[in-house]
Design a protein around this ligand. Structure first.
Ligand code: ADP
Length: 261
């Protein structure tokens, strides 16, 4: 429990720090980008300085991208939980996900039957799914397969004693599996650390899984990860079953009750 607490605290202070730095840094990057563009206009493309200016411009743009991501990470978004059928939320995202991962990767959707409802902000589900699928497609780097699954699971005390984040009860599972490169122990041990990345500069920020962790924690869920080098990885997200009134799902317009004239 101690470890989880310090992780959550660390996330928050890093978020605050990163937000402050990113904001000022973004302004200074604006100055660099502005002057680089001015210099561009004064230099002939055949001059050796032109290519160097191009490199400066590109690096500044990449840095601006990174600070934008940092700001998004640090920003306290207003969370509006809704009672959801996770299958419907996921189905709404499949088209975007297919575009995100490209044509070389086969995306299989295996919805669980009779899924229990969850009470989560749908944009948080989108964020979880996008982060897991981008990581999966980066791990595949070529032709491969991603499977997205859902299902109902109940955990007893006996399981939870082996899993520090689990409280016994009913959960809805969202799993994303890939047949990519898998992870060595050193990576698995640091997976949810903010800014931990094995990707080249400009490609990874190390904030994807830290964000996923934060969202799942906030919703009283937990995550398990299975991975084998050269075989692939599975990320299992467990969100607590919503136990309250079910009417709210109907208010979403999913099932309009029949009315007589
Ligand atoms: P980023 O994607 O920006 O590197 P993340 O926090 O999303 O940051 O991921 C951290 C690291 O975890 C990645 O750099 C990668 O090494 C590893 N990782 C995450 N998901 C997978 C996966 N599905 N397969 C293999 N490695 C993964």
């Amino acid at each position: 429990l101690q470890a989880q607490f310090s992780q959550a605290q660390k996330m928050e202070s890093i978020g605050r720090l990163a937000g402050g730095v990113a904001h000022d840094f973004n302004n200074m990057l604006g100055v660099i980008i502005g002057y680089t563009e001015m210099a561009f206009r004064q230099v002939d493309p055949s001059h050796p300085v032109f290519a160097k200016l191009q490199q400066i411009g590109k690096a500044a743009e990449r840095s601006a991208d990174l600070t934008r991501q940092l700001l998004a990470f640090a920003r306290k978004q207003t969370i509006i939980p809704k009672v959801l059928d996770l299958n419907e939320t996921l189905e709404g995202m499949l088209k975007i996900l297919r575009r995100l991962i490209g044509e070389d990767i086969d995306l299989t959707w295996q919805p669980g039957k009779g899924l229990w409802p969850v009470n989560v902000d749908p944009s948080q589900i989108d964020q979880i799914l996008a982060n897991l699928c981008v990581n999966a497609s980066d791990a595949i780097a070529g032709v491969g397969k991603i499977i997205i699954e859902t299902g109902n699971t109940s955990f007893q005390e006996a399981y939870c004693t082996h899993h520090p984040d689990c409280v016994p009860g009913d959960y809805v599972l969202l799993a994303v599996s890939d047949d990519g490169c898998g992870m060595e122990k050193k990576v698995l041990d640091n997976l949810f650390e903010p800014f931990f990345t094995t990707k080249e500069t400009g490609k990874g920020t190390g904030l994807g899984l830290a964000t996923v962790y934060g969202i799942v924690k906030q919703n009283n869920g937990f995550i398990s990860v299975y991975s084998e080098e050269g075989i692939g990885s599975t990320f299992k997200i467990y969100l607590p079953r919503y136990q309250g009134e079910i009417e709210e799902i109907q208010e979403e317009g999913l099932a309009e009750p029949a009315r007589g004239n």
